[in-house]
Design a protein around this ligand. Structure first.
Ligand code: 5GP
Ligand code: 5GP
Ligand code: 5GP
Length: 210
């Protein structure tokens, strides 16, 4: 209905490149107890945001994460939303953090089960690795420009992403996370109302292997 209001304006749907999480200067990584993830982008999260760039977090301490509510999604989550933090885990700690910090802020729109199912559906719709490799941008340690990376994703998905870089142990800038914007129902990509205010990536962005 036209007058419906939400306590947020849109979502950032954020995917991470595991190779860049694992060889970053800040942290090393640990493979999940369920095994080394595929060499593909994994989900970091679905984050409610305001169009002024600020965002709500930890909105409902009474709505704790309950693994039993997503048991039908567990194998899909292990594949597409793997945890790489140390010590190794089965994903529950990561998903709990994402639900409690971000998911509770969209609970008026998406129940706990639907929040995870919706995020997995977005992952299916946004195949970033395919978008990049079809444009000749491969995870082989080569370097690419920011505009070529953004253009390849815009071409394949139809929307301009925001690219977050981190640095490897040799201080090279590398492709770490890709942000796409999603409407408040969680079903469609939209043009971003605002891009995150992050650091510049530099002129050469490495795409490391995993
Ligand atoms: P960092 O400070 O490493 O960029 O972000 C730390 C965490 O803050 C992220 O993993 C995410 O939970 C949250 N965060 C950072 N930037 C944004 C943003 O622009 N929107 C939202 N909703 N959360 C963010
Ligand atoms: P955010 O940055 O969304 O607030 O949350 C990141 C938190 O999730 C950190 O506490 C981090 O240790 C944990 N975490 C667990 N697994 C992963 C992972 O694979 N990637 C990232 N970025 N954070 C993870
Ligand atoms: P412009 O709006 O002219 O494309 O970019 C302005 C500044 O924002 C430039 O320093 C450019 O490198 C940076 N920028 C544009 N898009 C992105 C992006 O997706 N990620 C990051 N990290 N910086 C960006």
């Amino acid at each position: 209905c036209a007058s419906q209001s939400h306590d947020f304006d849109f979502f950032y749907f954020v995917q991470q490149w595991p190779g860049s999480y694992c060889d970053s200067q800040k942290s090393s990584c640990c493979y999940p107890t369920t095994g080394k993830p595929a060499a593909d982008f994994g989900i970091h999260g679905l984050w409610p945001n305001y169009k002024d760039g600020t965002y709500p977090s930890n909105c409902d301490p009474s709505n704790a994460f309950k693994p039993s509510q997503i048991s039908d999604l567990t194998s899909n989550l292990q594949k597409n939303w793997p945890t790489l933090a140390c010590p190794s885990g089965n994903g529950i700690t990561f998903w709990t953090h994402e639900w409690e910090k971000h998911g509770t802020c969209s609970e008026s729109v998406l129940s706990q089960h639907d929040y995870f199912e919706t995020t997995l559906n977005l992952r299916q719709k946004a195949n970033l690795l395919q978008a990049l490799t079809s444009a000749g941008i491969q995870p082989d340690g080569g370097s690419y420009t920011l505009s070529s990376i953004k253009g390849a994703i815009q071409n394949a998905i139809g929307y301009t992403p925001y690219i977050e870089c981190n640095v490897d142990s040799s201080k090279n800038s590398q492709l770490y996370q890709v942000y796409l914007c999603v409407d408040t129902s969680g079903s469609d990509f939209i043009d971003c109302p605002v891009f995150p205010k992050g650091k510049a990536c530099g002129s050469k962005i490495e795409f490391p292997s995993f």
